[in-house]
Design a protein around this ligand. Structure first.
Ligand SMILES: Nc1nc2c(ncn2[C@@H]2O[C@H](COP(=O)(O)OP(=O)(O)OP(=O)(O)O)[C@@H](O)[C@H]2O)c(=O)[nH]1
Ligand SMILES: [Mg+2]
Length: 689
């Protein structure tokens, strides 16, 4: 395939709440574009977008999938994103690299938390949005309520099509620009019983378009109407400038209305040239330069996904921002400053790949076997390329200790986890300093559990997830002065001698440990002061209260004593460590726990149960607000109380509740929690001693 040309290129994501039909809509688009002969279905495992075994098993997306295809002389890349908050981050990362989004809204229940979250993300990334009300063939579907729900979440929505009939009688859509009915029979007249409704809706559409442009508004006020071409152009501009969100409607199941959406995507979403231009840090501090979508310019691209493919190896998926790429060249990972060899260029079609020979601005392609290229990295030409800002990757919020099921598999688990983390940057692999256990951190319980399943499928290693670990910390609450740390062993043979005096004081949350050398007059020789600091750093790894890392303390080393023969690094390291422990104990030590910001959405009937349950988890409800029949609750809850929340919420709401959490801050644990943690730490010590 030759690169189609920048003006005829579109890239967009399908975004929205879980289970509302994004993947099905993607399949419908591919089928209508002639890309797939048969319509792929999520439920019977024939979807090319939900192609991972884990997705087929759950009948729900766990990872964004990319499908490039051609239709009507346009080259399109569709990215189907998962709606579940455990996996939504993958789609949020992808949005950074795309030019538009189709916001899917269910005709049953309208916009929900997942819809709103992704819409906000599009707004913050300045991505134009076209909405699609899906599922009009379903019982109790309601287009008007879906429109209303969009306005409630502050989408400046205006209907571009109206449904003809609903439920089983849903038979097509009315195009409000042309005022024609689009049905499987072709283009026809609007059914008489809908004529008035269609006139009113068109009036609203025309007004919304006119309001976005002063010249159009003037003409509309003078003449009372605008020509079809003025309306079309006005709508395109208003959508691209994000003044309006045009709403189309239909059904991914019966395909009605989906061909109009396909046309709408090409007409209204911008080409790489019509989008908000890419910018990058310029040569002078604080300066910005624009990166035009020019096929003749220097190559620059942004990696938004990494896929481990059984046959091809690790694929880095990127969007070309400027320039043209051909196979067998050398480029640069500008984020890491490393040269990379490009072999073949691959176009992704879900899990299938097609080799291509050239890629230009707006194209999404993959290259296999780069060395140490990560999701989010900026790629450039080897020389003279402009380095885009890397895509920020959100950190996981919940950690599980992970263990090989069979002894002897530990190394394999570790290397396989490393590969998995490469593929999914929202997973992090760490090690618990106090126990030496591997910790896998992800966006939610399901995210981490699914990662464990993938580990088995992809690398054949079985692991056990242990109760999630809460990253508790220790700190001090007041100042303690002139505390002695002493090591003295001077009986027989070579002696060890070192004394330091430390003063500690609390620092603000998140500021870490600071060491201040305030020793005067050589009480401790200059060369041995770093040893004191090292001893303090080591003592910070396991605090004196319950063995958690110590944070947010400023330590002054104010004085000391040394011996000309017996003082050495080891002696002062130990003195520093002893002194720090003693000082922390005198400074009102406290245990800190992570507090999470939690958003919960549940049908209003369950709101009392959900709020009561949050209080019983030491949570504080901060707001509660109705959105249609859904209640959205925002609360702050200690992480330790949220570890198994997913299953609890499911059982409390009959599977209709959804929640999302992110880290907020650290706070001191109450006395009863502290006692429990101290007892657990004591028991662990007794067990190992
Ligand atoms: N009747 C009907 N069913 C639909 C329609 N769209 C989707 N479905 C069904 O709804 C279910 C969920 O659809 P998906 O396409 O997997 O939804 P999704 O938005 O991709 O869900 P996640 O991947 O979990 O975010 C499937 O059983 C689909 O067959 C529609 O327009 N009409
Ligand atoms: Mg899906």
């Amino acid at each position: 395939m030759e690169h189609t040309g920048v003006e005829q290129t579109r890239s967009f994501a399908l975004v929205g709440h879980s289970g509302d039909g994004k993947t099905s809509l993607g399949e419908a688009l591919l089928h209508l574009a002639g890309e797939k002969k048969t319509l792929g279905k999520v439920d019977d495992g024939t979807s090319s977008l939900d192609y991972l075994p884990e997705e087929r098993k759950r009948a729900s997306s766990i990872s964004s999938s990319i499908y490039s295809f051609d239709w009507s002389e346009t080259h399109l890349t569709l990215v189907d994103t998962p709606g579940d908050p455990n996996f939504q981050t993958d789609g949020q990362i992808a949005l950074n690299a795309l030019d538009g989004a189709v916001l899917l809204v269910s005709a049953m229940g309208g916009a929900k938390v997942g819809t709103e979250r992704m819409f906000r993300r599009c707004q913050s990334l300045e991505i134009p949005v076209v909405a699609f009300v899906n599922g009009l063939d379903r019982e109790r579907s309601d287009f008007a309520s879906a429109m209303e729900s969009l306005r409630k979440i502050e989408v400046n929505a205006t209907a571009l099509t109206l449904p003809i009939g609903s439920d089983r009688n849903f038979s097509g859509v009315i195009d409000l620009l042309t005022m024609k009915a689009l049905t499987p029979e072709g283009t026809g007249e609007i059914p008489a019983e809908l004529a008035e409704e269609a006139e009113e809706a068109r009036g609203r559409l025309v007004e919304s378009i006119a309001e976005c442009d002063d010249l159009l508004l003037e003409k509309y006020l003078e003449e009372g109407e605008l020509s079809e071409s003025e309306l079309r152009e006005g709508l395109v501009q208003a959508t691209r400038k994000r003044q309006l969100v045009p709403v189309l409607c239909g059904s991914a199941e019966t395909l009605l209305g989906v061909d109009r959406l396909l046309r709408g995507i090409v007409e209204m979403l911008p080409s790489p040239r019509d989008r908000t231009p890419w910018s990058a840090p310029g040569p002078e501090e604080g300066s910005e330069i624009e990166v035009p979508a020019d096929p003749a310019g220097p190559f620059s691209a942004i990696v938004f996904k990494t896929v481990i493919d059984r046959y091809a190896g690790t694929l880095s998926v990127f969007r070309v921002v400027s320039g043209t790429l051909t196979p067998d060249v050398t480029i640069l990972d500008a984020t890491r400053g490393q040269k990379q060899r490009v072999g073949k260029l691959v176009l992704l079609k879900g899990g299938d790949h097609v080799d291509i020979t050239v890629a230009g601005p707006g194209d999404v392609i993959a290259v296999a076997k780069f060395k140490d290229v990560h999701t989010g990295d900026a790629l450039t030409a080897e020389k003279g390329g402009v380095a885009l800002r890397p895509i920020p990757i959100p950190q996981g919020v919940i950690s599980y200790a992970i263990q090989a099921k069979s002894k002897g598999d530990e190394d394999k688990v570790y290397t396989s986890l490393g590969r998995l983390v490469e593929e999914d940057p929202t997973l992090q692999l760490g090690r618990e300093a106090s126990t030496g256990e591997f910790l896998l951190t992800g966006m939610g319980e399901l995210h981490v559990r699914t990662a464990a399943q993938k580990l088995q499928r992809m690398f054949g290693v079985e692991v056990e997830l242990k109760t999630p670990k809460v990253p508790y910390r220790e700190t001090i609450t007041r100042r303690a002065e002139h505390v002695e740390g002493k090591l003295k062993k001077q009986t027989g043979g070579k002696g060890m001698f070192g004394v330091c005096y430390l003063t500690v004081e609390p620092k603000a949350r998140g500021e870490g440990i600071e060491f201040v050398d305030a020793v005067k007059g050589g009480a401790i020789p200059r060369s041995l002061i770093p040893a004191v600091e090292k001893g303090i750093q080591e003592a910070c790894l396991a605090g004196p209260v319950a063995g958690f890392p110590v944070v947010d303390v400023r330590v002054y080393c104010i004085d000391g004593k040394h011996h000309s023969v017996d003082s050495n690094e080891m002696a002062f390291k130990l003195a520093g460590s002893f002194g720090f422990k003693a000082a922390v104990e005198k400074a009102g030590p406290a245990i800190l726990e992570p507090i999470m910001d939690v958003d919960i959405a549940a049908p209003s009937d369950f709101v009392g149960d959900v709020m009561g349950d949050i209080s019983s988890r030491r949570g504080r409800v901060q707001s509660s607000e109705a959105r249609g029949s859904t209640q959205v609750i925002q609360a702050q809850v200690p992480m330790s109380e949220m570890l198994e929340y997913a299953s609890r919420l499911t059982s409390m709401t009959g599977g209709q509740g959804e929640f999302h959490m992110t880290f907020s801050h650290y706070d001191e644990v109450p006395a009863h929690v502290r006692e429990k943690l101290v007892a657990e730490s004591q028991a662990a010590k007794d067990g190992t001693s």
